[in-house]
Design a protein. Structure first.
Length: 212
């Protein structure tokens, strides 16, 4: 694993610093977006965000990825220190080409999990070992993880990074991603608060929930 130097990154969400991470020589480059001084600290807000070109860049309403990314950056900026790890594992790890093929299948009646299976993939191929390595390298002692995905919590704790609490990302569904979000909840175990699934405009305010 190799780190670049850090550079300033002024954004519409506030001022950050950015650092690239190369997982191996010739491998993918990932990003760390940093706010404040998190090294050596505990209970800092951390978001592990997997790449979604269609959502993060193009603003697709088929998923909630861009809403989660933007909300997480706001939450991190509001604290004294925090960071976002942007992992280049598109389409839950199946890649962009297969993700678009999955979209095609979803338009023919399959949900997001069924579409992956039709293409020969498991529910979710993502891996968070690199995030663990990054947090260790940055000497982050423990995190308040910004997530709805229990697998991220389990992955960090297996890797020796304590998760002191979970900060949910509550995104109001729209008519394009309503079924997608229901599938994430029912088949992938994502932890959502009770919500109506009736609104047509993305948004919503997360609440902190202490880990039992």
């Amino acid at each position: 694993m190799k780190f670049s130097e850090r550079a300033s990154l002024p954004t519409r969400f506030g001022k950050f610093r950015v650092q690239a991470v190369q997982e191996a020589p010739g491998g993918k480059d990932h990003l760390v977006i940093l706010h404040g001084e998190g090294e050596g600290k505990r209970d800092i807000p951390v978001r592990i965000h997997s790449e979604c070109l269609t959502g993060d860049v193009m603003g697709s309403l088929r998923c909630d990825c861009r809403d989660q990314l933007e909300r997480a950056l706001h939450l991190i900026q509001e604290d004294d220190a925090g960071l976002l790890i942007y992992l280049r594992q598109e389409g839950r790890g199946i890649g962009l080409m297969n993700k678009i093929q999955a979209y095609f299948l979803q338009e023919r009646g399959y949900d997001t999990v069924e579409a992956n299976h039709r293409l020969g993939f498991e529910n979710d191929l993502r891996n968070y070992d690199l995030a663990v390595q990054i947090l260790r390298a940055l000497d982050v002692k423990s995190v308040a993880l910004i997530t709805n995905n229990p697998e991220k919590i389990e992955s960090l704790e297996r890797g020796g990074i304590p998760v002191t609490r979970r900060i949910p990302l509550v995104i109001t569904p729209n008519r394009f991603n309503e079924e997608y979000l229901k599938t994430k909840q029912s088949k992938l175990g994502h932890l959502f608060h009770e919500e109506s699934f009736e609104e047509d405009v993305p948004g919503g305010a997360p609440q902190e929930r202490r880990k039992p």
